[in-house]
Design a protein around this ligand. Structure first.
Ligand SMILES: *[C@@H]1O[C@H](CO)[C@@H](O)[C@H](O)[C@H]1NC(C)=O
Length: 399
């Protein structure tokens, strides 16, 4: 509609030009046909001057017509663009039960220039534009050995180690594990080589950014877990962030209403609170979207300015809503199945004591709750891979 109006408007100016032109032509004709009667004196001079002007106006008219045609074309092109844009943003709500928000954000356009060397490596190692990434330094080498053995056993191809020191690099080389040695980076070198588990943990948020910028979906894995199946067959890929949970049952993992009691409020003493056990920042999948990259940036920024435990910071950014002085992150989230992506509390407090749950085969087990990680990883392999039914029995619930 707007287009039609635009197209007509330029002709208003021309109409006036045409009217003037027609007037002059009539003047000319009269001068030629009725030279003496119509104009009293010097009429020929006037006539020739008028005809000159007619030519001039005609030339101008031609130019304007041409410009007008060009403008009309541009207007109609723009109108089409506007129409297409409106089609994309104009959303009508469908009937009851048919409406969903946007969970699956568009992926970013891959930008190889952020790290051409990594881009080249990922072309070889990644499968379907997805990759498992593990950071490791020499402190965790025994666990990395158990993990890489489990990766090979399951036949996972797209597994990549980021060695934080030479010892892990040579381990990868001699065991034919794909690895990517980062370019020298002060922050990473200092923390990575000697750092404790939690210090290294904070690094991963920095390291992962380039993978997402290159357009890859990244499954970040800590080193204290074993793979029992290929996780890529068990992802939903419908959210920016898909993470394993620290929860131990449906309520704690997927959310519940925790009633807070305040007797001083008498009849309205019950206060509802929304609770969820945290997402585990040692095993999560990020789609290469803007909210995922924003999450990494926010966590890195908070850790560098105020410190803290990376897992707590990760969850605060994921779950706190916007409020005065703060704009929340708008990322879509999914908690992974607690029996497929199993934490060590679920394994040792519940599953190993339950005959039905013992028959399930998890995708991974993560020894996040326990400090004797290596022994429990080896025991999980004995139990799930080698079928040793009592392999988990000697361990305590806690540690
Ligand atoms: C937990 O959730 C799963 C999936 O919704 C369901 O199949 C299962 O029965 C639930 N377990 C309990 C104890 O409610």
């Amino acid at each position: 509609m707007a287009g039609r109006k635009e197209k007509i408007q330029p002709f208003h100016g021309c109409g006036i030009a045409i009217a003037i032109l027609v007037g002059i032509v009539i003047g000319c004709v009269c001068t030629v046909l009725l030279p003496n009667d119509f104009f009293k004196s010097g009429s020929l001079k006037v006539a020739s001057a008028s005809c000159e002007r007619v030519k001039m106006f005609k030339a101008e008219f031609a130019i304007i017509s041409e410009k007008n045609a060009e403008l009309s074309k541009q207007v109609s092109e723009l109108t089409e663009k506007v129409r297409l844009a409106e089609q994309k943003t104009e959303i009508k709500a469908g009937p009851f039960g048919t409406v969903t928000g946007l969970q699956t954000n568009p992926t970013v356009v891959p930008d190889e220039s952020v790290n051409p060397r990594l881009a080249k490596l990922l072309e070889k190692v990644a499968v379907n534009k997805e990759i498992i990434v593990v950071l490791a330094n020499n402190n965790v080498k025994p666990m990395l050995e158990v993990q890489t053995a489990s990766v090979k056993r399951v036949g996972i191809q797209n597994y990549l180690v980021i060695p934080l020191d030479d010892s892990i690099e040579s381990f990868c080389r001699s065991n034919e594990v794909a690895y990517f040695k980062r370019d020298p980076d002060n922050a990473i070198d200092v923390v990575g080589k000697s750092g404790s588990g939690s210090a290294v943990s904070g690094l991963k948020f920095r390291v992962l950014r380039e993978f997402l910028q290159l357009g890859y979906g990244v499954l970040l894995a800590d080193v204290d877990l074993v793979f029992l199946q290929n996780p890529f067959g068990h992802l939903y890929r419908d959210s920016d962030v898909e993470s394993m949970s620290d929860g131990h049952d449906n309520n704690t993992a997927y959310g519940f209403n925790d009633v807070f009691d305040d007797p001083s409020m008498t009849r309205s003493r019950t206060v509802y609170t929304t609770r969820i056990w945290v997402f585990n920042s040692g095993f999560f999948y990020l789609r290469p979207t803007l909210p995922s990259i924003e999450l990494l940036d926010r966590v890195t920024d908070t850790l560098s300015k105020s410190g803290g435990w990376d897992q707590a910071v990760f969850n605060e950014h994921l779950f706190y809503p916007s409020h005065p002085g703060y704009i929340g992150l708008h990322a879509s989230k999914r908690a992974m199945d607690i029996y497929e992506f199993m934490n060590s509390r679920v394994l040792f407090k519940t599953v190993r004591k339950n005959e039905e749950l013992k028959k399930l085969k998890p995708v991974i087990v993560h020894m996040n709750y326990h400090s004797d990680k290596l022994e429990r990883m080896q025991a999980a392999v004995e139990f799930y891979v080698n079928g040793k039914q009592d392999a988990l029995d000697s361990f305590s619930d806690g540690s």
